[in-house]
Design a protein around this ligand. Sequence first.
Ligand code: DOR
Length: 442
Amino acid sequence: MKSLLIQNGRIIDPGRKLDEVGSLLIAGGKISWVGRAKDTPPDADYDVLDAKGLIVCPGFIDLHCHLRQPGFEGQETIATGTMAAARGGFTTVCCMPNTEPPLDNKSTIDYVKSTAAAEGIIRVLPIGCISRGRMGEEPADMDELAAAGVVAFSDDGEPVLNPELMRRALEYSCSSGLPIIDHCEDKTLSEGGQMNEGKISAELELKGIPDTAEESIVARDLDLTEKTGGWVHIAHVSTGGAVDLIRRAKEKGVRVTAEATPHHLTLTEERVKGCNTSAKVNPPLRTERDVKALIKGLKDNTIDIIATDHAPHTEAEKRQQFDLAPFGISGFETALGSLMGLVHRGDISLVSLINKLTAAPAEIIGKKYGPGTLAIGAPADVTIFDPNLEWTVDTKDFASKGKNTPLAGEKLKGRVVATIYGGKVVYRDEGVTMKGRETIKR
Ligand code: DOR
């Protein structure tokens, strides 16, 4: 593979507190040199990618997505899912185990890993089940799963309702060093719920999901985590109350990490009006107050990372009436554009946003898996994006089989221009280049 020089971009590497205009040389699949704008690279023979006016940062890492394979290949495959992820700037994605069969033993993990190696275009790290068959009863063989290379455990899509099972999982996290990711939802409170409980659910005559459904399980998990000394990671936090609970637990020294999704950080329950199934997601889109609380949590690091919860579904499934349509938003390809809205509005800084997508998730999964850094010698996983490019979301352009996004037809400002994985350009926005963005050439 020929060396590649990424020239004159604004290099932002939050893990190393680097933010300056410069150039990056990739050789042998690794970062081999980083220099200032005027420095001359040591190598002489390389392709050039001129990144003037663009941001150059570590490849994004997504701790929470659904690739659907095995079992639901009509919704997504590892091939289409990793292509969609690369279009979104992700070079490492962690896939949830709610497949068929579920990822609860070594052979299913081996299957995901070998399929990803053969058909995927970026790094795929599987997450193993907490319970056997994701049934919420017997624990899965966590030793076997850890030895097979899972990076975390979760029954995502379903909560761990049995406190004894959760306690054992948290105890296991002490010895394995791997986080227990919980989808916090008290099913007795959410049963039959379709959207956030409130005025809009009443108007639409849809059964609501109250915020306490999330908060009661978050509170239980934090208590169990404190008592076991384990490590809980709270998935897709959606309520202000949950943010407060996590903040207080962190102050007490409880080992908790947490994520928020781009949709919960930028959209509200208003999107469901007209019974729009593309905005049907679990946990549901909440209120403006919750969005503000999530952003505050992001800023003060109560929320450690941003994860997409990319959840592709077929058009036929989402075309059904609201109460029959499945929960989920296809999130890879709009993540950066929608999150840049927060930066453009001044809600969070660009460096902080990149941190929540790179160095911070790398800390959680362990640096040996997703680099999250542009340090010399690190695998050359690099994302290049234009922070100001305006574009309209057209689901026909999605690589994902899931066209289910409430952002279809909307204008976003900020777009991935190229994604490099292990030194190889796995995605490049030809449209941007062809429209005469002379800054990109090879
Ligand atoms: O909206 C969601 N969709 N939430 C989940 O927890 C699961 C996911 C899915 O698998 O479709």
